[in-house]
Each structure stands twice: as structure tokens, then as C-alpha cells.
Design a protein around this ligand. Structure first.
Ligand code: ZN
Length: 372
């Protein structure tokens, strides 16, 4: 009931703003919304895991569907049996449809074959470390918001791992006409900070020069600065060779000391999760609050940041969202004034006509909204 209430209140405000304008002008003492602005998305990003597919026709069909649905940017890992020629054709086709294509770069999983690139070597001995009992808990999460991959993660605090991410990004951009990179899984397996000797020593040195801060604040500031350093080095190296390349990310795994931190990163489109895949799905109130935080922080660190809201769409029986729920979530994001939306799901949501219909309606329309 509460969710519906919020949506109705917002509708009422919009309604009141439009209808009371004339009345307000003749009653200047009453301070109510008197003008409207257009809200809607300029960057509409979809993560399509498997593009291109088995045949080039599959890839073309997926690009057509993405375009029809209202998206203008695809993130793809390019997994599958494709050749470089195949990927080239798919990107060319997307560009002809005015769809940008970003390549997914996920630097913490060195052992994943699809993360390898010719001439790029995976750094040895640079893994995140935690006590074994912590790892056991992390690898068997009870909380649906804490789903994560088990196994070793590379330590993002190490210069070798930053170098690896740079080499991987540059290699991808050099080999295909991608319009940018989308980084994922740049973060800490324990959601706070790596406990390997290298990271612990660096953190201790940071603490020594910031004796006025509490332990929690040391952890927050140190880890956040390492996340920023990671993205900054990748950004600088990529932009040096490919000045027009766009830098995006999914700010994930969540960084507990400051969960909405995307806008503080040197990233053009930093996707902060505002609506997760798994049940219990996050309330519209939580979604709205997180979007407000994104807007508040949007230009705090860098003018080029476009605050980006990431929503997950699950379609399976266990975690599926209804079309109406998807509509309400997108409207909540839109009404917060967010201009870039990232939608992530398994590939199947684009095959459900009732979901595609809602997405098309919400992604391709702008709305007038009353503002104070
Ligand atoms: Zn470490």
C-alpha cells in the first residue's frame, strides 16, 4: 500500500502543479510549485550479456530489439563463439542504428577466459585476502542483497591490477570500435577493504597521517580513495589513447561505508544500484531515497559525471518483477531527475513482450514535472 501511496502522491503533485499555476499567479502569497521541467532519460543503457549470439543475424536482431525498446547504449562482454570479424559487424550494425556499444571489463577475475586479451597478462599473487571464517560467510550469503561470486578476487589496491585493467581496456578498445568501457566488480569482497598485507600496510600508513580520524572513517576514506585511484588511472590511460571513449561502471560490489559512491568516482556514467534483482525487492521509498542521494552527489567531485541509476530485472519465477512493478521503479527513478538509467538482467527480459512494452513506454517518453 505504501508504494502505491507514494506513486499517487507524486501524481497528485504533478497534477496540482499543472492545474494550480494560473491560480497561483493571482495569489502570490501562496508558495506552491509554479513551473514545470521536463524529466526523462538521455542515456539509456542495457547490459546484454551474450551479444553477439550464435549467428550475426542473432546479433542484428538483438540490436533492433534494444533500439525498439528505447535504449541507446549496449554493454556487452562479447562472450560466445564469435570471431573479431563477427564482433566488428555487430558493432557496425549497432552504430548504424545510433546505438553505442561499451565493452564490459571486469578486472578482478583473472581466471575467466573471456577476460583475457592477446598480449595482456594476468598479474600473479595479487589476490584479496581475508580470514578464512570471513570468506566462508561471504561465500555463503544468506542475504539476497549479498549475492556474490565465490573464489579469489584480485586486489584492486595493487598497481599491477590497475595496470591489468588498463591493458585489458586498451586492448578491447584497440581491437574493436567500442564507444567506451563499462567496468564491473571493482571493489572489495568484504564490502569494506582488502586485508592482504599490501593493503593493510597502505591503510596503516594512511592512518598514521590521519590520527584525528576514527577507525571506521580511516577505512571509509582509505578504501574510497583506492577505488577513486583505480578508476582515475584507468580513465587517464584510456582517454589518452581514445579521447572520445566513455567510461562507465557498475559501482559494485556495494561499498558499505558509503553505498552510493558512484558520483564520487572519476567515471562518466557510474551506475549505482537503486533497485536490486532479488526478493525482497527494494521499496519505491528506498529507490527514491537512493536516487536523491545520487542527484545530491552528482557534481560533488567531477562536473562530467552523469548520475546513473542501475536497476536489475529478474524474470525467473523466484525473483521476477511484474511489468507494473518495473514501470513504477522506472518512474520513481525518472521523477528523481536522474538522466541516465542502466538496466541489467538476464537476456530473457527483452523476450517478454509485456516487459518490453512497459520499458518502451517509460524509456521513450518524457514527462512534465512540477518543480519548486
Ligand atoms: Zn589487498
Amino acid at each position: 500500500m505504501k508504494m502505491r501511496f507514494t506513486s499517487e502522491v507524486i501524481s497528485l503533485i504533478i497534477f496540482a502543479g499543472i492545474n494550480l499555476t494560473g491560480w497561483c499567479e493571482s495569489n502570490p502569497i501562496i508558495n506552491i510549485p509554479t513551473e514545470s521541467k521536463t524529466i526523462g532519460f538521455t542515456k539509456k543503457i542495457v547490459w546484454v550479456w551474450g551479444l553477439p549470439r550464435k549467428t550475426i543475424q542473432d546479433a542484428y536482431a538483438e540490436v533492433d530489439l534494444v533500439k525498439r525498446t528505447g535504449f541507446n547504449t549496449i554493454v556487452t562482454d562479447g562472450r560466445g563463439p564469435q570471431s573479431q570479424a563477427y564482433l566488428k559487424a555487430a558493432i557496425e550494425y549497432a552504430h548504424n542504428q545510433n546505438i553505442g556499444v561499451w565493452t564490459l571489463v571486469s578486472p578482478i577475475y583473472g581466471e575467466w577466459g573471456w577476460q583475457k586479451a592477446p598480449g595482456v597478462s594476468i598479474p600473479e599473487g595479487c589476490l584479496q585476502e581475508y580470514p578464512s571464517e570471513t570468506l566462508a560467510t561471504l561465500d555463503n550469503p544468506q542475504d539476497p542483497d549479498r549475492v556474490q561470486y565465490s573464489g579469489p578476487w584480485m586486489c584492486i589496491d595493487r598497481p599491477e591490477v590497475r595496470r591489468y585493467a588498463i591493458d585489458l581496456s586498451v586492448s578491447r578498445l584497440a581491437s574493436n570500435a567500442f564507444d567506451g568501457i563499462a567496468l564491473d566488480f571493482v571493489g572489495y569482497k568484504n564490502y569494506r577493504g582488502c586485508q592482504c598485507t599490501y593493503s593493510s600496510n597502505l591503510r596503516a600508513a594512511y592512518a598514521k597521517t590521519h590520527r584525528e580520524l576514527s577507525g571506521g572513517e580511516i577505512e571509509r576514506r582509505f578504501s574510497l580513495s583506492m577505488l577513486q585511484l583505480f578508476y582515475q588511472e584507468v580513465r587517464d590511460a584510456v582517454k589518452k589513447q581514445f579521447p572520445k571513449a566513455e567510461i562507465a561502471c557498475h559501482a559494485y560490489p556495494q561499498f558499505d561505508p558509503e553505498p552510493i559512491n558512484g558520483p564520487l568516482l572519476p567515471v562518466d556514467y557510474p551506475g549505482d544500484t537503486v533497485a536490486w534483482f532479488f526478493k525482497p525487492h527494494w521499496s519505491l521509498e528506498k529507490i527514491a531515497a537512493q536516487c536523491r542521494e545520487i542527484k545530491n552527489k552528482e557534481h560533488q567531485a567531477h562536473n562530467y559525471v552523469t548520475g546513473t541509476a542501475l536497476m536489475g530485472i529478474g524474470t525467473d519465477a523466484q525473483n521476477g518483477k511484474t511489468p507494473e512493478q518495473i514501470r513504477q521503479e522506472i518512474q520513481t527513478i525518472k521523477q528523481a531527475g536522474i538522466q541516465a538509467i542502466m538496466i541489467v538482467g538476464d537476456d530473457s527480459f527483452l523476450k517478454k513482450t509485456n516487459i518490453v512494452k512497459v520499458l518502451t513506454e517509460e524509456l521513450t517518453t518524457t514527462n512534465a514535472m512540477a518543480v519548486r
